[in-house]
Every structure is written in structure tokens, then in C-alpha cells.
Design a protein around this ligand. Structure first.
Ligand code: SF4
Length: 223
């Protein structure tokens, strides 16, 4: 009998989004919004092309496409764009990204989450994977370090908590991330920040600076 309480399943992509901006993650997953911008549209199209063939064998390496993966231990699930199964037993996930080069660590976290799932499902060690940048046709290898694996567990927990709390996080302080974010319209980061400032000002407006509750004796005071 399985006595482990059922965990709410967290999509692997949510870890990527949370690591980029918690507000983006919440908007996409908890409020069900997903705004396509040029980046996500191109990304979706490129992912579809990867998904068309399910597997092939090249130089003895079995290559699986769009492979569903999950971890019962962490309560994670998602899909790998590509997984290479090498003759020596090595398992190597490859995540396709439309950008030219690495910009944020969130892609590495997503890859590590796939590796964690593959390890649990297949039983072998997944020590590395790669991010394939479609525009530049460059493949960047990523070592699946113990730190990255710990990060996967940490982010899975924190994303689950975010979904349970159902509270929209504030906009990211790293405002340069908003430029390429497809959620910018739904998020309205400038309006949200202005509202935050107004709330803070109004709270501080009534803070008592000095304590005048003790009556001041006129005879002791100097005029
Ligand atoms: S626009 Fe900026 S603050 Fe809003 S979700 Fe995107 S990255 Fe986060």
C-alpha cells in the first residue's frame, strides 16, 4: 500500500518559469494565462518540429523525441524534447531553445529536472545533458551537478507552495527580464510596482515617529 500522501504534480516548465520570474510562473499556471509573443510562438513552432518524429537510431544511439517524463518522488512531470540513449548506457536529455545563447540559468534547471525524472524512471545515472540553441545551431553541454539536482527539489517545493497559496507575487526586480517576457501585458509590471509604492506610502503615512502619549509638564519645560 502506498502511504505517501499524493503530491500535486508540478509541470517541469513551471520550474523554468519560476526561476525566470515567480510572477510569470503564477500568471501562466495558476491564472491560466499564456500570452504568445514572438519568442514563445517561434519556440512553440520549433518544438512542434522536434515533436514530429518519435524516434530514430543514429550511429548506434537511440534518439527519442517528445518523451514524457515524471518523478513520483518529487511530484514532477513534463516532456523531454530529445533524449539520447547511448550504447554504453548513458542517457542524455537535450532541451531545444530558440535563443542564440544562454541568457538565464532557468534553462539549466529545466534540463536538470528532466534528468532527475529520467534517473528515477530508467534507474541509471544522468550526469549531463545539453541545451540546443536552434538559431545558432549550437549545443551547450550542461553537467547535472548535485547542486542543480538540489535546486530542482527546492524549486519544486517552492512552486507547489506558490500554487497552494494562490497569491500573485510582485514583479521581478530584474526589470531587464520583462523585455522578452510574453506575459508583460497581463502582468503590467509598471502598474503593479506603482500600486506597491502607493500601498507602502499610505502605510507609512500614519506611522507615529515620536511618542507623545506621556503628558509634558509645562513647569519643567523651557519656552
Ligand atoms: S513582465 Fe516582468 S514582472 Fe511581469 S511576469 Fe514578465 S518578467 Fe515577471
Amino acid at each position: 500500500m502506498n502511504l505517501t500522501p499524493e503530491l500535486e504534480i508540478i509541470p517541469i516548465s513551471a520550474l523554468n518559469q519560476y526561476s525566470y520570474c515567480p510572477r510569470r510562473c503564477y500568471l501562466i499556471h495558476s491564472e491560466g494565462l499564456f500570452s504568445d509573443n514572438v519568442h514563445t510562438l517561434r519556440g512553440t513552432h520549433e518544438h512542434e518540429r522536434v515533436d514530429q518524429v518519435l524516434h530514430e537510431i543514429k550511429q548506434g544511439i537511440r534518439i527519442e523525441f517528445a518523451l514524457p517524463v515524471w518523478s513520483d518522488k518529487l511530484g514532477l512531470s513534463g516532456r523531454c524534447d530529445v533524449v539520447e540513449f547511448h550504447p554504453d548506457g548513458a542517457i542524455f536529455p537535450v532541451e531545444y531553445k530558440h535563443g542564440k545563447k544562454k541568457k538565464w540559468a532557468n534553462d539549466d534547471l529545466q534540463l536538470a529536472a528532466q534528468a532527475v525524472c529520467l534517473q528515477e524512471m530508467k534507474g541509471g545515472e544522468v550526469s549531463s545533458g545539453a541545451i540546443y540553441h536552434i538559431q545558432s545551431k549550437r549545443r551547450r553541454n550542461v553537467a547535472i551537478t548535485p547542486e542543480l539536482i538540489a535546486d530542482v527539489a527546492y524549486h519544486t517545493g517552492i512552486v507547489r507552495e506558490l500554487f497552494q497559496q494562490q497569491k500573485l507575487p510582485p514583479p521581478t526586480e530584474q526589470t531587464q527580464r520583462c523585455k522578452g517576457c510574453s506575459m508583460v501585458e497581463a502582468c503590467s509590471p509598471d502598474v503593479a510596482k506603482a500600486a506597491q509604492q502607493i500601498a507602502l506610502l499610505s502605510k507609512n503615512l500614519y506611522l507615529v515617529e515620536d511618542d507623545f502619549s506621556e503628558p509634558v509638564s509645562i513647569s519643567n519645560s523651557t519656552i
